[in-house]
Design a protein around this ligand. Structure first.
Ligand SMILES: [Zn+2]
Ligand SMILES: [Zn+2]
Length: 381
């Protein structure tokens, strides 16, 4: 009998499949590359193309997103203020009624400024070039509006309009930050950062007690049944050495010890209350995150204001300084004057009245033409 043995050369077959596939892949990639060949193709071009869908989403949905953001800011701020009343007020009242009055006054001054500057930032138009502007008065032409564009004006792709002294489009305000509302925007951030710092400072001790889970012997309602009796340590959580031993199991011994029991504090009552505990954690996360975010923005924008630049101009001027070493920002009048111009502290306006208290004064000028540091009159502003 003849035995026929089939022997597959597995390795050769596999090799053939692989070489066939790689040939097909290289063919497809060559076809794709020849169809999409662009002499100007480089890495930044590819990044631009890949970012295109993100820009499309931002351009088309930021109007709706802006409304959601404003709603979120309002709800979060309201929640933080309500919790500060609910937990902070009784806590401080127990510690010192006089100091509580001071805190309530400071807190409401901050709250008034936060609400005022936020509302004005949202509701004030940043300013747009007027329709009758002649080409003579303009610095350039906006390619999108097909209209003359004054100096320092830039086109906002979200608002789809030119904005005077444009800084940036702010989704949190659902508005562009520009000539007429930049002061409201900046002071809102400053007061908000001060407000959350105030809440963090005022609640630091409550947060610490909650973190230690020191309920002062109160058993929270939601705790599982403990076996035995609650054991009370002193306030710090440290064990206190006992010098005089009392025999509690002898017949003559007192039924209860007479160690001084410290009174339960409001912070401990908060730590024992399940909802108040959650509220303290919510406050900690919200306020610390806000402080970090706004603190960074306050410093960044503060640097720009000191240099007499908007955020857009800061970008442009960095490039200009690289290209020409002797470049000077024409709108930089020195730190002190830049700040006075930004805050509108001219014509006898005072820091006390026009920065520390809500004020609706407008910036000087019309946002269309500007003095520069090269041609400024002595008596200006
Ligand atoms: Zn435009
Ligand atoms: Zn805008």
């Amino acid at each position: 009998m003849v035995l026929i043995k089939w022997r597959f050369n597995c390795r050769a077959i596999l090799w053939q499949i692989i070489s066939h596939c790689s040939w097909k892949i290289s063919q497809a990639s060559l076809t794709a590359r020849s169809l999409t060949y662009n002499r100007l193709m480089n890495r930044s071009y590819v990044v631009d193309i890949l970012l295109e869908p993100i820009f499309w989403i931002v351009d088309n949905f930021s109007k709706y997103l802006g409304k959601v953001f404003v709603f979120c800011v309002t709800v979060l701020t309201t929640a933080v203020v309500c919790i500060a009343y609910w937990l902070g007020l009784p806590y401080w009242w127990e510690r010192s009624p006089y100091f509580t009055v001071v805190l309530v006054i400071v807190g409401h001054w901050l709250l008034l400024n936060i609400v005022f500057h936020y509302y004005m930032g949202v509701a004030t138009s940043p300013g747009h070039p007027p329709n009758g502007l002649t080409v003579m008065e303009a610095a350039s032409i906006c390619k999108k509006c097909i209209q003359p564009k004054p100096p320092r004006t830039h086109h906002c792709s979200v608002c789809d309009r030119c904005v005077l002294v444009m800084d940036h489009h702010c989704p949190w305000l659902n508005n562009c930050v520009g000539y007429y509302n930049a002061r409201y925007f900046y002071l809102y951030m400053v007061y908000m950062a001060a407000g959350v710092s105030f809440v963090i400072t005022g609640g630091l001790d409550i947060g610490y007690v909650v973190w230690l889970n020191d309920t002062g012997g109160i058993i929270p309602h939601n705790d599982p049944n403990l076996i035995g009796h609650p054991v009370k340590l002193n306030q710090s959580g440290f064990l206190v050495p006992i010098n005089n031993i009392v025999e509690y199991d002898s017949d003559l011994a007192p039924r209860e010890h007479d160690l001084p029991i410290p009174p339960v504090t409001e912070a401990q009552r908060i730590a024992a209350h399940p909802w108040k505990r959650k509220a303290v954690m919510f406050m900690a996360v919200t306020c610390v995150a806000t402080l970090f975010a706004l603190g960074t923005l306050v410093i960044m924008h503060g640097k720009n204001i000191s240099r007499g630049e908007t955020s857009v101009e800061a970008h442009i001027n960095v490039k200009m300084r690289k290209m020409q070493s002797e470049f000077k920002n024409p709108y930089d009048f020195g730190r002190k004057k830049n700040w006075r111009l930004f805050l509108g502290l001219v014509k006898g306006r005072s820091f006390w009245r026009h920065v520390l208290l809500p004020s609706t004064h407008k910036p000087i000028g019309n946002g269309l033409s500007f003095h520069t540091q090269f041609e400024v009159e002595d008596d200006w502003p």
